[in-house]
Write a protein that binds this ligand. Structure first.
Ligand SMILES: Cc1c2[nH]c(c1CCC(=O)O)Cc1[nH]c(c(CCC(=O)O)c1C)Cc1[nH]c(c(CCC(=O)O)c1C)Cc1[nH]c(c(C)c1CCC(=O)O)C2
Length: 343
């Protein structure tokens, strides 16, 4: 299948392009009334994620609504722990919860390394169906959580501001921590390879909780596992997005990945210096989309000026907030397209 719009893919591979590609983290979701309608029909988030026809439908919605340069498969990072034997629930207005947690070596007997085809076949089916329905319009991004972020949810059992239960284990039982991190890494590599086999054109790793670690802990408990994944994924470009890990940009830049994702606390020029020779992605504060249309355009212009128009993928600095006006999201995408094409 030849892609009609392969701008993002060419940029991710390091090629010079005619304008800056743009998409938004969490673009498939509650921002869109069309999503909420399908979610209603499905009954629950998990049913929606496990029904390939519906997952494909909501994956494509933002491509129609915003004309972004990529689709990202509708799923969640927490499908990996579930596939390893730790099911999750998605509680309305609260987020994900694991009724059982894993906090010691004894708990590990309940887990297995995920088999992508049997345990995550529904995501692979959703990818195949989405690819067919996209019919080459834009590339499809596959994704997974980085092992440390998945470790946080599996040990803590729910979201947390500090993830102090998870962090405590790094100090009190590092052997357990490394064993679990290894199992998550092995599961994630198998899963990402299967996503690529099913048609994913690029891969993004979300290390959403990277910012809670010290640089030393990040070097010990997160980076080595991300490195294993980057080394294993050779087929398509890989983006590493480590939220809050401003201190690790140089080391992330040394990995065998093609794109480094940035949040809005990370200065573009400083990031270019720390991460030379890689494509950068980001990093507009999602709260800018609460500003008026004129100000959104001004902020986008500043961002494009700061990053430059090459070796750069425009995005938000984290996922779009669910109460964002979709017209403002559309304004962000349009501003990138228009302002980066004028040369
Ligand atoms: C940490 C994390 C999770 N999930 C994800 C991350 C990493 C990115 C980040 O840091 O934001 C990744 C994710 N989750 C979802 C996607 C879909 C693709 C996309 O459009 O980006 C992606 C890429 C769907 C989702 N995942 C979730 C929803 C909302 C649930 C619903 O629709 O009922 C969606 C659309 C739920 C979810 N899932 C998770 C949380 C904490 C929550 C609750 C908070 C929230 O609601 O945003 C775990």
């Amino acid at each position: 299948m030849i892609l009609q719009n392969d701008l993002l893919l060419r940029t991710a591979r390091g090629e010079l392009t005619e304008r800056v590609p743009v998409w938004m983290m969490r673009q498939a979701g509650r921002v869109l009334a069309q999503y909420r309608a399908v979610r209603e029909r499905a009954g629950s988030f998990i049913t929606l994620a496990k029904t390939p026809e519906l997952a494909a439908e909501v994956t494509i919605q933002p491509v129609d609504a915003f004309e972004v340069d990529a689709a990202i498969i509708f799923s969640d990072i927490l499908v990996v722990p579930e596939a390893m034997g730790l099911p999750y629930e998605m509680i309305e207005a609260r987020g994900p919860v694991f009724p059982q947690t894993v906090r010691s070596s004894a708990d590990l007997s309940r887990l297995h390394v995920a088999d992508a085809e049997t345990d995550l076949g529904y995501v692979l089916d959703a990818i195949r169906l989405t690819k067919r329905e996209l019919n080459g319009r834009v590339p499809l991004i596959g994704f997974a959580g980085a092992p440390f972020t998945i470790f946080c949810y599996m040990t803590e059992g729910k979201g947390s501001k500090t993830f102090s239960v998870a962090k405590k284990l790094l100090y009190t039982d590092p052997h357990f921590a490394h064993t679990l991190l290894r199992q998550i890494t092995d599961s994630t590599i198998a899963y990402l390879k299967a996503q690529i086999g099913a048609g994913a054109d690029l891969i993004q790793l979300f290390d959403s909780w990277a910012g809670i670690l010290s640089p030393e802990q990040y070097r010990t408990f997160s980076l080595p596992y991300i490195k294993q994944i980057c080394d294993a994924i050779t087929e398509v470009p890989v983006t590493v997005f480590a939220k809050g890990a401003f201190f690790a940009r140089h080391e992330i830049g040394q990995l065998d990945c093609q794109v480094v994702g940035l949040d809005w606390n990370m200065d573009p020029a400083e990031s270019r210096t720390l991460v030379p020779n890689k494509v950068l992605q980001g990093n507009l504060d999602p709260c800018v989309l609460y500003a008026d249309f004129a100000q959104i355009r001004t902020e986008v212009k500043q961002m494009l000026d700061a990053f430059g128009h090459q070796h750069y993928i425009a995005n938000l600095g984290h996922g779009i907030y669910p109460d964002t006006d979709p017209d403002k999201a559309r304004c962000f995408v349009d501003a990138v397209r228009e302002l980066s094409a004028q040369r």
